[in-house]
Design a protein around this ligand. Structure first.
Ligand code: AMP
Length: 283
């Protein structure tokens, strides 16, 4: 596996031997787990070459402590990527990547005002900047993203469409621990007990789904679930909501969700912020 740590050497690599091959790309922030590796696997199935990037993007952290504490283990990541058959990894250095602080910022309109966008001001602008830079350097045919960060997928889709970036998006399923907890690099910051407690997140999503199948209205489901979670002293709920899978808008009646809907949740356990979702396609 080729390891490239500066823009020029990556672009030289990109412009030479792999130039005429189909390129799949998996952008990550490292501390890799089976969720990331499932994206690599998908990319390898569909493309001749698979490239990965590892970069903890400071611009997308609204909380400096979250950035400081973001886990890292590059040696192990490189082993995992080699074993997974990744062809090359790009490890940009902050000093070069942001040698000049970007003057640009992104506003993703309604997609940016709710859920993650509401609770993490400027987060998606930072995501937009890093993804736009990476796509310009890597120039992939296809980018692989995880449904776990569903709102991020919609934001990147808007970025790609609005700027006519010639890259296809593929969204991959959420990979979970045995207890249902969505895999996340941040899970490593949880104690063993908290990792078990955190299984409540997926259980809650399933419970919401069951209430939907039992013909409860959106508002009733939101109220029931919120009340239950707010009584749980082990966690601090940030949001639980139901939103349209294209616009992320919420509606009072199920038939107003034109393209399907999802249950979306964000909460803190042991001070670690965790997100998850469950998408229901009505059609
Ligand atoms: P991150 O390193 O957390 O920025 O994630 C890099 C990519 O991996 C993003 O597209 C994530 O949505 C995706 N990802 C993270 N966790 C999972 C998971 N449990 N299952 C599938 N994809 C994931």
């Amino acid at each position: 596996m080729d390891i490239l740590t500066d823009n020029q050497s990556f672009m030289n690599f990109r412009g030479s031997k792999i130039n005429h091959k189909s390129i799949g790309f998996v952008p990550t922030m490292g501390y890799l787990h089976d969720g990331h590796l499932s994206l690599i696997k998908q990319s390898k199935l569909k493309n001749e070459i698979t490239l990965c990037s590892i970069f903890v993007n400071p611009l997308q952290f609204n909380n400096p402590e979250d950035f400081e504490k973001y886990p890292s283990n590059i040696d192990n990541d490189l082993k995992l990527l080699t074993n997974a058959g990744c062809d090359a990894v790009f490890l940009p250095k902050n000093e070069e990547f942001y040698a000049k602080k970007p003057v640009l910022s992104f506003d993703f309109g309604n997609l940016d005002n709710i859920m993650e966008g509401y609770f993490r001001p400027k987060h998606f602008s930072g995501v937009g900047i890093v993804v736009a830079k990476l796509l310009n350097i890597v120039k992939p045919n296809e980018v692989f993203l995880g449904q776990k960060d569903f709102q991020q997928c919609l934001v990147i889709k808007a970025l790609i469409e609005d700027l006519n970036i010639p890259t296809k998006i593929t969204i991959c399923n959420i990979v979970r621990e045995k207890n249902g907890l969505a895999m996340s690099s941040r899970n490593s910051r949880l104690s063993k007990v908290a990792r078990e407690d955190a299984s409540i997140i997926y259980k809650t999503l399933i419970e919401a789904q069951n209430l939907y199948f039992a013909n409860y209205e959106p508002k009733e489901i939101i109220n029931q679930i919120k009340t239950k979670l707010e009584q749980n002293e082990k966690l601090k709920l940030e949001y639980f909501t139901i939103a349209d899978t294209e616009t992320l808008q919420s509606y009072p009646a199920w038939n107003q969700y034109q393209s399907g809907f999802g249950f979306f949740i964000a909460l803190y356990i042991e001070g670690v912020r965790l997100i998850d979702n469950l998408i229901i396609n009505q059609k």
